[in-house]
Design a protein around this ligand. Structure first.
Ligand code: IMP
Ligand code: MG
Length: 182
């Protein structure tokens, strides 16, 4: 099955090249779960906070790979509009619904590009009283050094626009089980 074939239905331009296939992603997500379990115990009552929408598939695979009990919430953020270049401003569209006071929070993010989103969201969760806030990012383009570097990173990604496995371009391609360049 060609990557292009999948997206013909969306009416969007076709993806260029598969960068991380499904097997590679799942293997790394499983490793990330073991790395997280080296840091947190069941007693920590870890709260995973997924950054919507991009992290929804990553969060669901990661949560199912963890063998420690966790709770799950989401924060909804938008910074890109329908463009492929960050607007540099982060708009919080929905805050986590659970009280964060005293909680150990692991922010689950799809990709770190400029790092602006991460810095904003980490600051915000700390303001809301979280005891600790760390980040697990599936992808890191390593083009910026955010104030809050993610503690867990899946892959150092190439500096190209990536789609699939939750990542979109103008809301297309999120459903792809692999990550591809546009
Ligand atoms: P940052 O604030 O520039 O680090 O951008 C972070 C957010 O922009 C991510 O959570 C993504 O939603 C989006 N983003 C950044 N790079 C890409 C990309 O290559 N493909 C799709 N979305 C991206
Ligand atoms: Mg995102």
């Amino acid at each position: 099955m060609s990557p292009g074939g999948v997206d013909a239905a969306s009416g969007s331009s076709l993806v260029k090249e598969v960068v991380y296939d499904e097997k590679t992603i799942l293997a790394r997500v499983t490793e990330l779960a073991r790395e997280i379990e080296d840091v947190y115990t069941a007693e920590d009552r870890l709260l995973l906070v997924g950054v919507l929408k991009g992290a929804f598939i990553f969060l669901s695979d990661l949560a199912r790979s963890l063998t420690i009990p966790v709770q799950i919430d989401f924060i909804s953020v938008s910074s890109y509009g329908d463009d492929t270049v960050s607007s540099g401003t982060v708009r919080i569209e929905q805050y986590p619904r659970m009280p964060l006071g005293g909680r150990k929070v692991l922010l689950v993010e799809d990709i770190v590009d400029s790092g602006v989103t991460l810095d904003e969201v980490v600051s915000l969760l700390r303001e809301r009283g979280a005891a600790t806030v760390e980040t697990c990012a599936l992808l890191h383009k390593r083009i910026a050094t955010p104030d809050h570097e993610p503690r867990f990173v899946g892959f150092d990604a190439p500096n190209v626009f990536l789609v699939g496995y939750g990542l979109d371009h103008a809301e297309d391609f999120r459903h792809l089980p692999y990550i591809a360049s546009l």
